[in-house]
Every structure is written in C-alpha cells, then in structure tokens.
Design a binder for this molecule. Structure first.
Ligand SMILES: Cc1cc2nc3c(=O)[nH]c(=O)nc-3n(C[C@H](O)[C@H](O)[C@H](O)COP(=O)(O)OP(=O)(O)OC[C@H]3O[C@@H](n4cnc5c(N)ncnc54)[C@H](O)[C@@H]3O)c2cc1C
Length: 392
C-alpha cells in the first residue's frame, strides 16, 4: 500500500512513554483543539507483560493503580530493614490495564487514529516529519518516537554498559504467607550471579504475589536459570514446593543500564521519548514516572505554541553519581553489594527513594555518601574522570 497521510502529531510506539503522551494530549484537548493525532504500534493489543512500580504522593493515573504498599522492606546479610512510608506510597500499575484504559479513551476521540503496523524509519521533508511504515508513509508537524535508536545513539560514548535482566512469577499459594501492605524492594540474600543479584517481592494479597529474580550484569542467563532461582527462593524463603503454588502469569525483561548520553532528536522534527529518549534512570531502570514528567512538558510546550524539548537528562551531580555507581556495579560487584547494604542500613528508605528521583538536596546527598566507604568511590572517580570532569 502506498499512501501518505497528514497529521499534526504522530506518536510512534504505544508503550509506557507513547501512551502517557497520548493521555496527556487527550487531557489537553481544549488547549490543542482539532489537532489530528496518529498513534502507531506494531501491536495495540493490551498485554499483561509488565508491572510498573513507582512512588509518588499522587499521580495522573491514580485510578489505574492496582496496588499500593505503604511499607517497604530490604533484606541484606540476614538483616531486615523495614520502613513505613510517610510522604508517599509505592504503587503499581499493570501494563494491560494502562494500555486498555488509554486506548479505550482514544477510540472515543474523533481526532485520534490508531494504526497497527511496523515502523521502518523516520525521515523529514520541508519541515515535516515522515514515518515510514509497512502500511505507507505518514507525515506530521511533530513525531514522538519510542521505537528506534537513531544512528547517533550508537556513536555516543559508553564506558559502563550493563543489563538489568529479570524474570518474575505471579503466584497464588495454597496458604496465607504474604503481607499485602509490605513490598520487599530487594532481598540480596541469595547467590550473586556474576552481578548484583536480588529478589523483589510484591504481595497483592495474603496468597498472591509477584516474585522477581533480578540481576545487574553484562549477560542474560539461560531461561531455565531464572526459573530454577525463583523455585529455589520460594522453597527457601517461604517453604513452598512446586505443588504449593500456581504460576498465574510470568513477566521478564532486560533494561539497559548505561552511562550513554542519549540523543534527544531522531531528526529535526522527530523527538525521541521513552527509553530511546534517555528517560530510563541508568542505575535503577525506573522509567514510568519520568515518562509522565516528559509527557507533561511536551504537551505544555505544544499548548503554548513552543517546540517540544527532549528529556533534559539528570542534573550534573546526579549524572556523576550514576556514572560512579555504574562503574562500581560493573567492576566491583562485591563492593556494590556492600554499598547497597550500607545505604539501607544507615539511611531511611524514603530518603533513598527521593535520592533516586533526584529530588534530594546536596546536603542530604553528602549525608548519604558520608556513611559509605569512601575508597571505592574515589577509585571510580579516578577511573571515570574523563567522563566526570567533562560532564559527558
Ligand atoms: C517486565 C517489566 C517490568 C518493568 N517494571 C518497571 C517498573 O516497575 N517501573 C518502571 O519505571 N519501569 C519498569 N520497567 C521498564 C519499563 O517498562 C520500560 O522502561 C518502559 O516500558 C520503556 O517505555 P518505552 O515507551 O520507551 O518503551 P516500551 O514500553 O517498550 O514501548 C515501545 C513500543 O514500541 C513498539 N515498537 C517497537 N518497535 C516497533 C516498530 N518497529 N514498529 C512499531 N512499533 C514498535 C512496541 O510494540 C512498544 O509498544 C519494566 C519493564 C519490564 C519489561
């Protein structure tokens, strides 16, 4: 099929970032009247393949929250650090519900078109952006894309490159074992698998929980290794044999953890959003909250008649912290494990979550670092000085 259709905006990729932008655009319909929007994805089917967690006092998608935990727990070296959150909750949303809800709303909106097709590339012509797809070419004033890495992405300097890879089982047990008010953020008391390794437990009721096995390393594992680690953990921590629970569903992923500076634009009229737009926090993989922050800013700019801007990246000092920590995670796994223990042992979890959100003050950060062993950080500064002193 060879056709060329015109739109005001095209959202290329309807994942976490594309859908959040679509939701904010629909919210702002009165400020952006009659704007024609095309949403393209290889598949627009809602899939129960991701559970997105984030922490916040209040958020745009509160009505879609599947569960909120007010208490968080970290297990390390036989110690349990547990804290009741006072200023926010730890929430989760299921990707299936999020997509279904936002696309349902989009289907009711006259000016929005949904298209299922594979995107091949992005181009530009006469100050318009072009999306080349298997179903023809589509033209718009602005394209917001979360599907392809531009060439300049591969040219950016990378010193530390890891993958956060994981597999989780949502299980239902035959007995009441879990506390649905408490999420276990990290349980490090497991064999370390060539990189920082931990379990993550999100209980939804006394009998159901999502249990994830996570590793920060350079290589993924063979599929059966995740399964055997999950089975072993359920046996060891909860005394559950394989006949004592049903696996309701499973989810898996691999999130890049890199010190790469990601380009903001694919071309002059195509803005990168989502992970390809550099919003994923490299040391944690958390993306969801940042996707919403970026969407809000994009829509605000469009409504004010300004050009939308790329994700601004982290403030310099947080970028330096990420570069240092990624270096340690890659080169000094045992020490990283000890640093995580000390972080949770000596600081409140709520403070650490604010730190991960890059919302702490410099004095608070000094407080956090002063309780950690200095030598590894000095080593990482020395090794990474070519990045740190240039801010690259
Ligand atoms: C199992 C799992 C659990 C996670 N948990 C969390 C969490 O708790 N908190 C958190 O913040 N983050 C979490 N993440 C990370 C988060 O899901 C990702 O960082 C986020 O989805 C990235 O958003 P995105 O929009 O950039 O990409 P995606 O959500 O991957 O969306 C990209 C979209 O582009 C489409 N697409 C790709 N290529 C093409 C093409 N050529 N043509 C057409 N369409 C295409 C895909 O179908 C997809 O819909 C998790 C990830 C996984 C896998």
């Amino acid at each position: 099929m060879d056709k060329e259709e015109n739109y005001d905006y095209i959202i290329a990729g309807a994942g976490a970032a594309g859908l959040s932008l679509l939701a904010y655009l629909m919210d702002s319909a009165p400020s952006l009247p009659k704007k024609k929007v095309l949403v393209i994805d290889a598949s627009l089917e809602p899939e129960a393949d991701k559970t997105w967690c984030f922490w916040n006092q209040d958020h745009r998608f509160m009505e879609l929250t599947h569960h909120t935990w007010k208490t968080l727990q970290v297990v390390s070296n036989g110690e349990v650090f547990k804290e009741r959150l006072t200023n926010f909750g730890y929430h989760c949303i299921r990707s299936e519900q999020y997509r279904r809800h936002i696309l349902e709303r989009a289907r009711q909106a006259e000016q929005i078109t949904l298209l299922e097709t594979r995107i091949h590339d992005f181009g530009e012509q006469n100050d318009r952006a072009i999306v080349h797809t298997a179903k023809g070419n589509f033209v718009a004033e602005w394209v917001f894309q979360s599907v392809l890495k531009p060439d300049s992405f591969h040219q950016a300097v990378v010193d530390s490159s890891l993958i956060q890879h994981f597999k989780g089982w949502e299980i239902e047990t035959d007995r009441e074992l879990f506390d649905p008010a408490t999420a276990r953020l990290m349980d490090f008391d497991t064999e370390q698998e060539g990189g920082l390794t931990f379990f993550y437990v999100l209980p939804f009721s006394q009998k159901t929980a999502l249990v994830e096995y996570t590793i920060f390393s350079e290589q993924m594992l063979e599929e059966n290794r995740y399964d055997s680690a999950l089975g072993h953990y359920l046996q060891q921590r909860y005394g559950l044999g394989s006949n004592d629970y049903n696996i309701l569903r499973s989810e898996a992923g691999a999130i890049p953890m890199e010190d790469r500076k990601v380009p903001g634009f694919y071309n002059r009229r195509t803005l990168n959003i989502g992970t390809v737009g550099g919003i994923t926090k490299p040391t944690t993989g958390y993306t969801f909250t940042r996707a919403h922050q970026h969407s809000r800013e994009i829509v605000r700019a469009l409504a004010a008649g300004r050009n939308p801007a790329p994700w601004p990246g982290s403030p310099y000092r947080f970028r330096v912290y990420d570069i240092m920590l990624l270096y340690l995670l890659k080169h000094e796994t045992d020490i990283s494990r000890h640093i995580f223990h000390e972080l949770f042992n000596k600081n409140s979890i709520e403070l650490l979550l604010r730190f991960l959100d890059e919302e702490t003050k410099f004095t608070e950060e000094l407080g956090i670092f002063s309780k950690l062993p200095y030598a590894p950080f000095f080593r990482s500064i020395y090794r990474m000085k070519h990045r740190i002193f240039t801010g690259a």
